[in-house]
Design a protein around this ligand. Structure first.
Ligand code: UDX
Length: 433
């Protein structure tokens, strides 16, 4: 089938390449010309394992093309995916829908045949309804159907998650063709017996928001338990392992530590609270405020811990920060807990040296005033404390004996609870989590 993907960021570029992989003819629309040029040359402008190969293969085969023209998009196909960003509004909790709205405003007046718009972006409940009303106003003697098909991909596993999702969710208004068309689009996945859930648009929108709210809650739950463990002298990792054996609870997303960041969970729980407030259901989600609070306290706590191991002051101290991305296997630094901690420590007068295997360029752009090292060892040179804040394998497997030789003080703060405490303590490190 012929399809258009509007927006070629993490979500859209992955979706476009994966739809080509499924055998469809895809036109990707990206308005930023620099990004467009890179993608058209088969280069991925961010780090996502497996995506460069897939993209290159389908650019070369001609099954995937990139353009900046909505006119070309309108001519190319009758099925359009919206994959543009929905960031947090500046100074507010709610989601900024300007890119989603702009896509519909620009596309619909150009359409000359009946069309289907499938939303993939994470949006507040009610968005598909509002967009449908607007599309009806803009459409010229044609029917433009809007349905919502949320995406659950994780950065770092985006290709795998898109080609082999846990489930496909589709929210359709009655009387349209969205279900039939989507069944054709995803037929190979449906044949693999991946659950295909057809519901109404508000439910589909809320499936996505609820999933992210649940994941955020799970992380903050274990981090709240970690706070109690600190006070009681108990081991939160052992608790996570023990409760995780209960199949009703499950061990995944129970890793305590520095908490969640990134372009999704933090802004999605905030947008969810804001939307619930607009709907008069604010009370139902007050617990998410606490989820957010617990999460932000993790960052402050690590800064305090660093100060504590540096004899009560960070002024004039050298701090090594291992990790800048919001999680491993990503170069994304949006709302990165690691960079946030690095910034706070610098504000307290320390000199901070940061190293990340993939996120250096993005970090420099966001936080130009931090020092950036070219390796973990270099970052740790003469450090008074080493903070492991993103659990990249190269940090988890670092040799404590080797690192010992370059630091000034053997203080290691394991912000992701991923190191072998005994191995570090046995060669003289003071280990804190
Ligand atoms: C998330 C959802 O997982 C995905 O389904 C949705 O489509 C987009 O948002 P992503 O932002 O890529 O995906 O990252 P995820 O793997 O969920 O991790 C989010 C954050 O939580 C990271 O900062 C990670 O370090 C943190 N985390 C995760 C924990 O602190 N503890 C855990 O146990 C798991």
């Amino acid at each position: 089938m012929r399809i258009v993907v509007l927006g070629l960021g993490y979500l859209g570029a992955t979706h476009a390449a994966c739809m080509a992989e499924l055998g469809h003819e895809v036109l990707g629309i990206e308005v930023i010309s620099e990004k467009r040029a890179q993608l058209a040359a088969g280069e991925v402008p961010f780090y996502e394992p497996g995506l460069p190969d897939l993209l290159k293969r389908h650019i070369e085969s001609g099954r995937l093309r990139v353009s900046g023209s909505y006119t070309e998009a309108a001519e190319f196909a009758d099925v359009f995916f919206i994959a543009v960003g929905t960031p947090q509004k500046k100074g507010e909790y709610s989601a900024d829908l300007s890119y989603v709205n702009a896509a519909v405003e620009e596309l619909v007046p150009l359409l000359t045949r009946d069309s289907l718009i499938l939303g993939k972006s994470t949006v507040p409940v009610g968005t598909a309804q509002a967009l449908t009303e607007r599309a009806d106003e803009l459409a010229k003697d044609i029917v433009v159907e809007i349905a919502w098909n949320p995406e659950f991909l994780r950065e770092g596993f985006a290709v795998e998650d898109t080609l082999h999702p846990d489930r496909i969710v589709l929210g359709v208004f009655p009387g349209g063709n969205a279900e039939e068309i989507s069944r054709q689009l995803y037929s190979s996945m449906i044949d693999e017996e991946i659950p295909f859930i057809v519901t109404d648009p508000p439910t589909a929108e809320l499936v996505k928001t609820s999933a992210n709210a649940f994941l955020a809650t799970k992380i903050s739950f274990i981090n709240a338990i970690a706070e109690v463990c600190d006070a009681a002298g108990a081991d939160v990792r052992a608790i996570a392992d023990a409760i995780g054996y209960d199949a009703r609870i499950g061990r995944r997303f129970l890793n305590a530590g520095l908490g969640f960041g990134g372009g999704c969970l933090p802004k999605d729980i905030r947008a969810f609270m804001a939307r619930a407030g607009e709907l008069g259901a604010a009370e139902a989600l007050t617990f998410l405020r606490e989820v957010d609070n617990v999460n932000m306290r993790r960052r402050t706590r690590i800064v305090e811990l660093a100060r504590e191991v540096c004899s009560g002051t960070l002024l004039g101290k050298r701090i090594a920060i291992l990790g800048a991305a919001f999680k491993p296997e990503s170069d994304d630094v949006r709302d990165s807990p690691a960079l946030n901690v690095a910034g706070q420590i610098q504000l307290q007068g320390a000199s901070v040296s940061v190293y990340d295997p993939k996120a250096m360029d993005n970090s420099r752009k966001l936080f130009p005033t931090l020092d950036y090292a070219t390796s973990a060892i270099e970052a740790c040179g003469s450090a008074d404390a080493v903070l492991l804040l993103t659990e990249w394998p190269e940090f988890v497997n670092v040799d404590p004996e080797m690192l010992r030789k370059v630091v000034r003080q053997q203080n290691i703060i394991d912000g992701r609870m991923c190191l072998d405490r005994d191995a570090w303590e046995s060669v003289g490190w003071t280990y804190r989590t």
